[in-house]
Design a protein around this ligand. Structure first.
Ligand code: MN
Ligand code: MN
Length: 323
């Protein structure tokens, strides 16, 4: 770990509305940068939404999230954590997808993340639709299955869509469990709600031991109790955190393709991320921000605020483990 951290550009050196937007105003460090090997946590954009089955747009997410992330300052207002002084954080740029070929895009994303795994970099990703999580997991869980804490309105555990299509943003975690990338008994899904085609996803979850916490239970028990159970389910072993912005009520996050009413507030959205303290986060993502449906930019701002909470916990965890 380096003693000379990559620092975000301070708003006192250059106002936050000026300059080229990178994630949280961090330096852009590509694979060929001389200090690439010093990166501990890499922010990555995955501008790809070929898994979307209804209203598209998350391919535009990373650019809008980078722009709104210039609003983020260096210190967490609630916890006091200053992540950029704990470990080396950098903007690693975007994965280049192939917008004309789904399978090739999956392979390109896995190859990109494979290079991060080789370099010992923990990725914090900005989607993209939720299918992006599958090729990321193929790289991160190559050697052993991960646990997962998953915030979403939807389980994303369906088998197929529209006549056998196996790769959509409604299927990534079904595939990940089938491929041995996730240990289903260490997977918890929080916030599930909305109308459904059927119960196939929930029956699959029950059959393999995935814990589903519907939104009614979330509100009955409260954030602290639910998150204590989530931490207990994943335990001390390596865990992926996947955060679909449609977990949040569309009053606070309208800019997404598949909104479901009756969800958590923006405050609760930050609280749950904050309560991941102590979880061994091997990687995390924030997906499904769709700028075409986000006219105020407020959904993207909430998205980057969640990314910052995730980053704070990852930085503290990496620093504590000394890796
Ligand atoms: Mn999802
Ligand atoms: Mn969803």
């Amino acid at each position: 770990m380096s003693d000379t951290f990559f620092r975000p550009v301070s708003g006192f050196d250059l106002p936050r509305f000026a300059g080229i937007p990178t994630f949280m105003r961090l330096p852009h460090i590509g694979f060929d940068h001389p200090r690439f090997s010093e990166v501990d946590i890499g922010l990555v954009g995955v501008p790809w939404d070929a898994g979307t089955t209804n209203r598209p747009g998350p391919r535009h997410g990373p650019r809008q999230l980078r722009d709104m992330s210039t609003m983020i300052r260096a210190q967490n207002g609630a916890t006091g954590i200053r992540p950029f002084e704990l470990v080396n954080c950098a903007d690693l740029g975007d994965v280049g997808p192939n917008p004309a070929n789904l399978e090739d895009s999956l392979a390109r994303i896995t190859a990109f993340y494979g290079r991060l795994v080789e370099a010992g970099i923990r990725p914090l990703s900005a989607g993209g639709d939720h299918l992006c999580s599958l090729p990321i997991l193929r790289a991160l869980a190559k050697d052993r299955p991960l646990g997962m804490i998953h915030f979403d309105s939807h389980t994303d555990l369906f088998n197929s869509y529209f006549g056998g299509m196996k790769f959509t943003h409604g299927t990534p975690f079904r595939r990940a469990i089938e491929e041995g990338l996730l240990d289903p008994k260490r997977v918890v899904q929080i916030g599930i709600r909305g109308t459904a085609y059927d119960s196939e996803d929930r029956e699959f979850a029950a059959g393999v031991g995935v814990r589903v916490i519907p939104i009614e239970e979330f509100f009955d028990r409260g954030v602290d109790d639910v998150m204590a159970e989530a931490r207990a389910i994943v335990g001390a072993a390596a865990t992926y955190v996947s955060y679909d912005i449609d977990f949040v009520d569309p009053a606070f996050a309208p800019g997404t393709g598949t909104p479901e009413v009756g969800g958590p507030t923006s405050f609760q959205a930050l609280q749950v991320a904050r309560l991941l303290d102590g979880v061994s986060i091997a990687g995390a993502d924030l997906v499904e921000v769709s700028p075409p449906f986000d006219q105020s930019g407020g959904t993207a701002f909430l998205g980057v605020s969640i990314l910052f909470e995730l980053l704070c916990n990852m930085a503290r965890n990496v620093r504590a483990s000394g890796s």
